[in-house]
Design a protein around this ligand. Structure first.
Ligand code: SF4
Ligand code: MG
Length: 313
């Protein structure tokens, strides 16, 4: 059958996610699959990488290559994958504990490097898998359902961290808007360089402050939504001239100011974007024939694993 006649991959798998009902992870998963489908990518050219936590299961539910790695380490695994095979579309995911706690060093250095992959953080303010302890994004004075006392330290500012670390595409998404989130993810994947999306997501089991009702402003007298779209306000995140330091600083300052809007108004959309040389551009890795491209496929001989198969036959 000709390739054109084949059905477009929908990246679905025959396995039901075992997240809790109402979890924001479902919306993020749907948005990832939708973005990959809309881009007409082929599953064998896509690799999903995760760390540990509820979000760590995401690659299990996406019909592409998947790597469920170590706590906080989705970014270094993604880095290795992309360097080995630059033809892959690499999407790393992780939770807020994974990304801003144990994996914070990797978060910063991936921004400096600007390798061409996408990093999506599922941010719900708690360590859900281990029963709702405060994650690094839980604000001071807030308490999850399982904490005996309110948090006595400040939460980190993910967007601010990403902007100052050097990410060339920085966005904030909302898990309960899968269509809008799919557009953001598509933009992030299409961007050449490291893209970062912090996705605000409810954890209905352990976080009873940042709920859907709260994001939608249903607790407010005026019922006005806290979530708003940056594009609706004509926000322009793109640096037009990447050699103009003044313009870069100005755009970063505006994005940074927006990143502190996490109370009565919460922006969703791209906050900062710039075209810059990628890490790959600075590498001179070549195939045996001297051409540039995917080095792993051609340069590493296929190992003979028949002895392993024989042993377990
Ligand atoms: Fe989702 Fe929270 Fe349940 Fe984890 S514990 S699956 S984050 S609702
Ligand atoms: Mg979390």
């Amino acid at each position: 059958m000709a390739v054109a006649e084949l059905q477009r991959a929908d990246f679905k798998v025959d396995r039901h996610p075992d997240w809790c009902p109402g979890c924001g992870d479902f919306g993020i998963l749907n948005a990832i699959r939708q973005a990959l489908t809309n881009m007409e990518l082929e599953p064998h050219n896509v690799a999903m990488v995760s760390g540990i936590g509820c979000s760590g299961k995401t690659p299990h539910y996406v019909g592409a290559y998947g790597f469920h790695t170590l706590h906080g380490r989705s970014v270094p695994f993604a880095t290795g994958l992309k360097i080995a095979n630059r033809e892959l579309t690499v999407v790393a995911v992780g939770g807020d504990g994974n990304g801003y706690g144990i994996g914070a060093g990797y978060l910063v250095n991936a921004g400096r490097r600007n390798l061409d992959f996408t990093y999506i953080v599922f941010n719900n303010g708690v360590y859900g898998l281990t029963k709702g302890q405060a994650s690094p994004t839980l604000p001071r004075g807030e308490r999850t359902k399982t904490m005996s006392e309110a948090a006595i330290q400040d939460g980190v500012n993910p967007i601010g961290l990403a902007i100052s670390s050097g990410y060339t595409f920085v966005a904030q998404g909302y898990a309960m808007d899968p269509r809008g989130l799919a557009e953001l993810i598509e933009g992030a994947i299409r961007h050449r360089g490291t893209s970062f999306i912090d996705v605000l997501q409810p954890c209905p089991v352990y976080n009873d402050r940042q709920t859907v009702e709260w994001y939608m402003g249903r607790d407010r007298e005026d019922k006005e939504r806290r979530i708003y779209q940056l594009v609706d306000e004509g926000f322009d995140p793109v640096v037009g001239d990447s050699s103009n330091v003044d313009e870069i600083v100005e755009k970063k300052q505006i994005a940074l100011a927006k990143s502190y809007e996490l109370g009565e108004r919460i922006p969703v959309g791209v906050l900062f974007q710039i075209d810059m040389p990628t890490y790959e551009d600075g590498l001179d890795l070549r195939r045996p024939d001297g051409s540039k491209g995917a080095i792993f496929k051609e340069a590493v001989p296929k190992p003979d694993l028949s002895w392993v198969i024989d042993r377990f036959r």
